[in-house]
Design a protein. Sequence first.
Length: 194
Amino acid sequence: MDCSKVGSLISSLRKEKNMTQKEIADRMSISDKTVSKWERGVGCPDVTLLGELSNILGVNIEKILMGDLEEKDTDGGNMKQIQFYVCKSCGNVITSTSEAEISCCGRRLHSLVTQPEDKIHKITVADIDNEHYVTINHPMSKTHYISFVAFVGFDRIIITKLYPEQNAELYIPKTQHGKLYAYCSEHGLWAKGV
Ligand SMILES: [Zn+2]
Ligand SMILES: [Zn+2]
């Protein structure tokens, strides 16, 4: 742990929150001299205090330890870099418009890698009036099923959740061109343009 980096991060996060060293110290039942020491890089926070400190400052413990938030360039606001994350423990589905640090159930999630279509992972799209009728001829058992389909246009995303024992079919309004993504609980994510 680089105490001077950690200290300057704590100091800038504290100022962002308009808190004084004493306010931080009071909430943690420690002396404000301790907070001042951290910020000057004279000592690092004790491990037992990191949980509370990360709550107060609103950042991950990991970031405090690194002493750096690693902010990224702005994502430019389009959907071309859309990322999907699925938590294998609880099934949570999360999206972001560019690479992000996401965790669920205590574990870091990695963005899903889009794979090419194959025989059973194939999206069929039929046009019916103003809608795309999307079907996937894929098993829908409890252990192997399509758990969501997402339409990603240039300015929107529509996620349709599917459940085992129903058919893998859905309608999507035909408003713009984009990409369809489907996620199989066993074999991951794949995509097709529409
Ligand atoms: Zn989870
Ligand atoms: Zn599959």
